[in-house]
Structures are given as C-alpha cells and as structure tokens.
Design a binder for this molecule. Sequence first.
Ligand code: UDP
Length: 325
Amino acid sequence: MKKILVTGGAGYIGSHLVKKLAEDGFDLVVLDNLSRGHIEAVHPKSKFENVDLLDKKNLLEIFDKYKFDSIIHFAAFAYVGESVEKPGLYYENNVSGSLNLIRYACEAGIKKFVFSSTCSVYGNPVQIPISEKESIKPINPYAFTKFAIEQILNDFEKAFGMKYTALRYFNAAGADPGGSIGESHNPEPHLIPIVLTAALGKREKVFVFGDDYETPDGTCIRDYIHVNDLADAHIKALMYLNSGNCSDVFNLGTGSGNSVKEIIETVSDVTGVQINYEVTQRRPGDPAVLVADNSKAKRILGWNPKFDLKDILTTAWQWHQNQKF
Ligand code: UDP
C-alpha cells in the first residue's frame, strides 16, 4: 500500500483530511509537533510522529523509517495578526520548516507533494471573483511565507522533478458532521467560531470589524468553504498527481461570498439565538471582498464543493455545542 505523509495532521484542516483518507483505507503517517494541533484530532488508524519540521535530525529519521509515496503538507502557523507581530517566527517555522521537508522529500525521491496554500497570496485583488491569474501581492508575513513555499516547490520541481499542487484556500469553516473533530484554535481569530461561541453564551457580543466597506451592507465579504470540501480537494489533487499530471495551483472556494452581517444573521437562524454585535473599526489588512473563481479546480480536478453556508454553520454549531478539545 502506498504510504502518505501528512504534516499538520493534528490541525484543523489536516485532521479532516486524515479522517477521510484513513476511512478510505490509506496507509498514513501523521507528523505534527502539537504546538497548535490536538492529539485528540489524530485519527486512530494513522501512525503518529511527534516531530518538528525544524528538527532536521528527527525529520530525516522519519524519511529513513518510512518509504513515502507522497506528501500532503499542512503544518504551519496561520494567524495573520501574529505573523505581523512575530515575522521571524513565521518565516522560520513556515519557510525553514517547509524547506527542510521539501529538501528531504526530494532526496528521498518523492515525486508527489500537495501543499496547503492560501488565497491571501493575492493580497488586495483587482478582479473579483479571484482566478489563479490574479497577480501575487501578499500584504502580510503569513501570506509571504505561503508564497515563498510555493516558489520553493517550483524551484525544486525544476531541479528534482517533484510534482506539486498548491491549493489556495479561501475561508475554511465548518466541521465533520460526525462531531468527533472540528475547529479549535487558541486564541480564536476566526469569525464563525467567534459568532458561535457568542451563540453559546460564552461571549457577550461579536465585534464587527468595520461596516464602511464598499459592499452591499458595508461589512467584508468572504468565501466560506467547508473543511470536508477542502479535504476532498486534497484527495482529488493527489489523484491528479498520481495520474502523472503537471504541477499547478488551484483556488479552493465555493465561488460565492457572504458578509459578516450575513454570517451573524445565518448563525441566528441556525442556532435560534439572537447574536449581539457591535461595529468597531476595521481590522488592518482586511480586503473588502475575497471570493474564489473556482472554475479551474472544478474543470481540472473534477472537484465540486457540496456544502453550503447553512451546512457549514450547522456542522460547526454541532461541534461547538459538544467540543471535544
Ligand atoms: N471578523 C469580524 N469580527 C471578528 C472576526 C472576524 O468582523 O471577531 C471579520 C474579518 O474582518 C473578516 C471576516 O470576519 O472580514 C472573516 O475573518 P476571519 O478572521 O474569519 O478570516 P480571514 O478573512 O481573516 O481569513
């Protein structure tokens, strides 16, 4: 059986992918340093290795110990605000860590690599919806680290022939419908978990970061994509590489957007709880609208997101009411 290495498999998106792959009978090794991930999220059918990508000695031992067929790489720090305050931490952890991984992967002769990138590489896009042809203009260190890793993959492909797909996610949200895993960040910067914890009464109100944007209700619009749809896209991206296709980048979003106020209203509908909110000033670095043109992933990967906003909020609500970690 072909062995797959999943870095960051104890994290939010990684654990959802690992669950799907494990249930499909794939042979998996999850590598995670548990600095942000949760051991409870690691699927029992996968082998777990507590290793930091910056720890070259132990990382190399992992490559000696297992013969991987392919790598799916999630492990990274992913808070925009923290990356602005601590750029060194982000460049070291994300870029240096990924460089170690990519280098050892190439030395081990691995030919397939799926990378978790972000739509924030586009910065403030000119064209909405955003296609992969939009120019790359990151506006924070987090996005720069992700683009740097895409560039490293590109250069290493030319030198060593390791094919990759870079998957540029829009706003990952929702939880596995089974309720065993879901989103759990500490601190939690993301809108949907924040609104849901307000619905649970764990937060008095939600702060809406600006209502003077050029959008119909003045609040920012994002493309929220269910975490299991993202997991599906990784499996499709891996199959795409397994079929011998060339390296490429893909936007992963639903293709439609919702404003902050729409999220608050829909959470009220789903939970039956009225959410208190207060409009405060804009959060620095927030573009008004980020919505994916997902036609390339649909066309080339054969991917079709299945969950709509109601599903996203319903599954996330189930998780938050009975959060296990
Ligand atoms: N947002 C908000 N209040 C919050 C958290 C987020 O108004 O407490 C807004 C944020 O300004 C953005 C949207 O919600 O427009 C989504 O933010 P999130 O942090 O979830 O994802 P991002 O778009 O930054 O990746």
